[in-house]
Design a protein around this ligand. Structure first.
Ligand code: F0G
Length: 457
């Protein structure tokens, strides 16, 4: 018998109650939060799809490993386990632990960038972009044109536009100290990058003498897409594919809060001795000694074990299938989403869903807020609020106005996802009534986290 039902590849040993609220309570809570769901109290959210970062459930093996954590300040056994798991996976010489991904980014960029430098990528995540801009350098996104058309089906919408990369290196190569590729491409819809594309990027980087770094947060999900979508890859294990992805690069930044299956942690890894030395000096100054980098010994254990579990086929099969299952329910109800669905999230095209709300009235915020009021579900805007404000103080519409519903790893069951789909469909039915927002207060950078809004009449 060939079973069609793909079950969660785990059983549940420990549970956490969720709190049910009324619509009135949610309306009040949202008003108190100045219509920014980042400012809600987590316990007022029923199903939290704000992020897949640090929100996953750890396995019994991870909790068990944590009890074995070695809290030695220098040379902890847990560091050596962490280092050996990461070296086995990535092949990189220097493994530098950090408390999360953006710390790895800050250390890398602060030590290698000069003002006016340029860092190309398929699409930089917002913290990556901000850590480049804070060094007075420029973050340039060079995703293929298909990657910007939400409804267009393409197996690797995260691919880099290699011709544009080459043009940039030819014209301004002196200002480019490194090239980055984000796997999967979070800001572009959680879309994968093919091995063929990575090889082509590698080849161009090699010709121009530029190191290639992966933003590897979701490397395992990317490897699964390569296995299932790229010709000639289906017989390989996700780990073998991931190893090849890393072998094409000279280093990586990593948030272990995603495909590290841990609640906190990250690392910076690379082959270059001088860059690594400078990075370690800064690490000691701001994060901690080189064998813990701002993490507890038990965190290093959780990440090491998580990196072993995340490349298991049964896990990745379930993970990617459950995201697709959620997406299929929305597509069949007519909701415009990025297609095909990404690995860690479903992205609603809020601009297409609310054509009557102009981008500068933030259609993504309108959808996010209604979803919370209607169903107690928290998503996040990835659009004009996140990307529309420029360092010179001008505001333009983001490339897209998306609402991301990110799925925490191993946390929600199929019935939670069924409920979430019902919630989205309800908002979709009432879409014509939704109105835009105005920003009443916002910080200069990364405004989406703390901006305050007011609904337009
Ligand atoms: N790069 C990518 C592609 C990311 O998605 C993130 C975080 C980071 C870097 C930074 O890592 O949070 O550990 O400092 N993304 C989270 C998200 C916050 O919700 O997508 P971090």
């Amino acid at each position: 018998m060939n079973f069609h039902t793909i079950i969660e590849p785990f059983r549940i040993k420990s549970v956490e109650a969720v709190k049910f609220t009324t619509r009135d309570e949610r309306e009040r809570a949202l008003k108190v939060a100045r219509y920014n769901v980042f400012l809600l109290r987590g316990e007022d959210v029923l199903i939290d799809l704000l992020t897949d970062s640090g929100t996953g459930a750890m396995s019994a093996a991870q909790w068990g490993a944590m009890m074995q954590g070695d809290e030695t300040y220098a040379g902890s056994r847990s560091f050596y386990r962490f280092q050996s798991v990461i070296q086995d996976l990535t092949g990189f010489k220097h493994i530098i632990p950090t408390h999360q991904g953006r710390a790895a980014e800050r250390i890398l960029f602060h030590t290698v960038l000069k003002p006016w430098d340029i860092v190309p990528s398929n699409t930089h995540f917002d913290t990556t972009r901000a850590n480049i801009e804070v060094e007075d350098a420029e973050a340039v996104d060079l995703v293929i044109p298909e990657g910007k058309v939400p409804s267009l089906i393409h197996p690797f919408k995260g691919n880099v536009d290699v011709a544009r990369l080459e043009k940039l290196l030819k014209e301004k190569g002196d200002h480019v100290p490194l090239v980055m590729v984000t796997v999967t491409n979070n800001s572009g819809g959680g879309q994968p990058v093919s091995l063929t594309n990575l090889k082509a990027v590698r080849e161009v980087c090699h010709r121009y003498g530029k190191p290639l770094f992966l933003d590897a947060c979701r490397f395992a999900e990317n490897a699964w897409f390569i296995k299932t979508r790229e010709e000639g890859q289906s017989h390989r294990t996700p780990k073998e594919i991931a190893q090849e992805m890393f072998s094409l690069a000279d280093g990586c930044t990593m948030s272990a809060k995603k495909d590290g299956l841990a609640n906190i942690g990250g690392f910076l890894a690379m082959n270059d001795d001088t860059w690594a030395q400078n990075a370690r000096n800064l690490l000691i100054l701001t994060e901690g000694f080189t064998t813990y980098g701002g993490l507890a010994g038990y965190d290093l254990e959780a990440v090491a074990q998580g990196l072993v579990e995340v490349v298991e086929e049964s896990y990745l099969h379930y993970r990617i299938r459950s995201t697709a299952y959620f997406a299929e329910k929305l597509i069949s109800g007519g909701v415009p989403i990025i297609q095909p669905p990404g690995g860690h999230a479903v992205y609603i095209d809020a601009r297409a869903m609310l054509p009557h709300v102009p981008p500068l009235q933030y259609p993504g915020i309108a959808v996010v807020n209604q979803l919370y009021v209607e169903a107690g579900i928290r998503g996040v805007e990835i659009g004009t609020v996140m990307f529309g404000m420029h360092p010179d103080g001008t505001e333009t519409p983001g490339a897209m106005d998306l609402v991301r519903l990110a799925i925490p790893r191993r946390v929600y069951t199929q019935s939670h996802i069924d409920y979430a789909a019902e919630g989205v469909l309800e908002v979709f039915r009432s879409r014509e009534k939704l109105r835009g927002y105005r920003i009443t207060k916002a910080p200069k950078v990364l405004r989406h986290f703390t901006a305050e809004f007011e609904p337009l009449g």
